[in-house]
Design a protein around this ligand. Structure first.
Ligand SMILES: *[C@@H]1O[C@H](CO)[C@@H](O)[C@H](O)[C@H]1NC(C)=O
Length: 291
């Protein structure tokens, strides 16, 4: 399937004089964007405002500036064919907990580019636009129900204060994750990063991604709906208040009940990711997060 994610604006000659203006409007308030670089507010989730090369040529990739209660909270490179993220990028925020969002959001603009820029509970989106199927380019809440997999956060809710915390409960930021891994080793890893970031970093830039499987899916009604990734990974660049690197690191985990997280250096993660792509992995953080 080929998706024309970036060209949904009709270019009729009648609209031609309006077109540059429309494009500007879209780049200012859109959630699904052409390039992260077009949206300055969305670039702060990347260290030194450098978007990694990793994943840029993913077929059907959409770039999401995750919008909730009138502002951005993180960025996601989303694979609309596998219906899971390539990665989410965020800045760690200290928090004292604050409960669990009970809703699961979808991305309205992946259904129709003209719809609202903020993530929305699929149930209420259906009330706004009855009868329009929401799941063509994204996973839906019902895909995960009784699948045997957790809705595993990439950008974890535990690394944020409200309302960014709520915003992590968007289905474009989760992947089908082995429940044991999600609730044990991966969750423990996230908690150990919380301690590290709180104690050593003025700001921590984090990328969390998934490596899709060749052909392992959550299947609903005989349709391959959501790719079950083989691996999840993360990488961080921890900096001081002059944005100078203090520490960096990475980790990978096979998405199985082996429930094992392997800690790596950024260089080792680059090597690991390289085996899944013909393009060079490139730097995940500017200058490899070195001073
Ligand atoms: C965020 O989630 C909490 C529940 O954990 C809820 O009480 C709060 O209203 C939510 N905030 C927003 C802005 O929706």
């Amino acid at each position: 399937m080929a998706f024309l994610v970036h060209s949904t604006l009709e270019r009729s000659s009648r609209m031609a004089p309006l077109f540059p203006f429309l494009l500007l409007l879209v780049s200012v308030c859109a959630d699904v964007v052409e390039r992260f670089e077009d949206v300055p507010d969305c670039m702060k989730y990347f260290y030194k405002r450098k978007v990694p090369q990793w994943g840029v040529s993913t077929p059907g990739a959409a770039r999401l500036c995750q919008r909730f209660v009138n502002r951005y909270h993180f960025a996601t490179l989303y694979d609309t064919n596998n219906r899971i993220a390539v990665y989410s990028a965020y800045q760690f925020q200290p928090s004292n907990g604050g409960g669990r969002e009970s809703r699961w959001f979808v991305e309205p603009q992946l259904v129709d580019k003209s719809w609202q820029a903020e993530m929305k509970d699929g149930y209420w989106l259906e009330k706004d636009h009855p009868g329009v199927y929401q799941g063509l380019k994204q996973a839906l809440n019902e895909d995960y129900t009784h699948s045997g997999f957790d809705r595993g956060h990439l950008n974890p809710n535990g690394h944020h204060a409200v309302p960014s915390r709520n915003a992590t409960f968007t289905l474009t930021n989760v992947v089908p994750q082995n429940p044991k891994l999600n609730q044990n080793a991966w969750s423990n890893h996230e908690s150990s990063l919380t301690k590290l970031f709180n104690s050593k970093c003025s700001t921590a830039y984090v990328l969390v991604g998934a490596v899709p499987s060749a052909n392992n899916w959550i299947v609903k009604n005989n349709v391959n709906r959501v790719n079950i990734p083989d691996y999840v990974w993360n990488a961080y660049c921890c900096v001081d208040n002059n944005e100078q690197p203090v520490e960096s690191g990475a980790a990978t985990a096979r998405n199985t009940e082996a429930n094992l997280v392997e800690k790596l250096s950024l260089d080792q993660l680059k090597e690991f990711l390289q085996q899944f792509s013909k393009q060079p992995t490139g730097e995940l953080f500017y200058n490899n997060c070195k001073a």
